[in-house]
Design a protein around this ligand. Structure first.
Ligand SMILES: [Zn+2]
Length: 297
């Protein structure tokens, strides 16, 4: 469900949920993503949120609605998923979709079409889709997904509301000794921050600046922080650890001094700061901000 993405993809999540709340839904979205499979799930969750009469979004069961169940079972005709047939998405696939959708939505307010790898629309398919996007029917929402937005036809991009998802790096803790040392430093940094708050300034040289020097290093440091806190959140909410499985006692230590609210706040804050690495030339300022703000939560 879409609430699963509240923390991982706060910008996309808030943007779309607000659009629905304010009744400003676009007819066409282009999701610019790095992990296509995961964001396909996001697109389906969004469609479900749009279509379910109860705006099904959270962990509670949507009891009055068999639509949700049918969406889960891939058995709901008003959501269509199109993906490349071989190398390309072909014209017949787009025409077939238009045919199927040409009648008004019967069971739901919207019909949703999800097109995966839209950079692989061939010329003819793209032309048919363009017509479709130019004269949108009120009840049809098209969601295009690509992990290669540079290859998507400009004419298509210009007719969609583009939503850029935050990149998730491949995250894998099994690396060499040097990497392990970095992981240990970050954990030491987190522990100092959680237990001794502003005293973290006394250890930043050893835990951060000596290990993370370049811009890439800093992105990696934030990535470690984020995944660590996500795992603490997993722990607190009774879910399985995903990344720091071998660091359970460290996770427990941090879980003891945080509740879900605090963790959510911290994760959001880390995502915000990580996005600033690209534009912010002064890393020290960024890390100062990190320590001060995290200590306050
Ligand atoms: Zn429902």
């Amino acid at each position: 469900m879409i609430d699963n993405y509240k923390i991982e993809q706060p910008l996309a999540y808030n943007f779309l949920i607000n659009a629905i709340k304010n009744n400003r839904i676009s007819h066409a979205y282009l999701f610019d993503v790095s992990n296509l499979n995961d964001k396909k799930k996001f697109a389906i969750a969004f469609a479900k949120y749009l279509i379910c009469h109860n705006h099904y979004s959270n962990d509670e069961n949507c009891c009055n609605c068999n639509i949700c169940k049918r969406i889960d079972n891939d058995n709901f005709p008003e959501i269509k998923i199109i993906e490349p047939d071989g190398l390309w998405i072909k014209k017949e696939q787009i025409l077939g979709l238009q045919n199927e959708f040409s009648t008004k939505a019967i069971e739901s307010k919207y019909k949703v079409c999800i097109i995966l790898n839209c950079e692989q629309l061939n010329k003819y398919a793209a032309n048919s889709l363009l017509k479709f996007l130019e004269e949108p029917e009120e009840n049809i929402i098209t969601i295009l997904l690509t992990n290669n937005i540079g290859q998507v036809l400009k004419t298509i991009v210009s007719r969609c509301q583009v939503i850029t998802f935050q990149k998730e790096m491949e995250f894998n803790l099994t690396h060499d000794e040097e990497y392990k040392q970095k992981v240990n430093n970050i954990i030491k940094f987190i522990k100092t921050l959680e237990m001794k708050k502003l005293e973290t300034f006394l250890v930043t040289k050893n835990t951060w600046y000596d290990s993370f020097k370049s811009k890439e290093d800093n992105i990696m440091a934030f990535d470690l922080l984020l995944h660590f806190y996500r795992d603490v959140l997993n722990y607190v909410t009774g879910k399985k650890l995903k990344y720091f499985i071998d660091y359970i006692s460290d996770i427990e230590d941090i879980a003891k001094v945080n509740d879900i609210m605090k963790l959510t706040k911290k994760i959001r804050f880390l995502v915000e700061l990580q996005n600033k690495i690209d534009v912010n030339v002064n890393n020290e300022l960024l890390i100062d901000k990190l320590i001060i703000n995290m200590a306050e939560v």
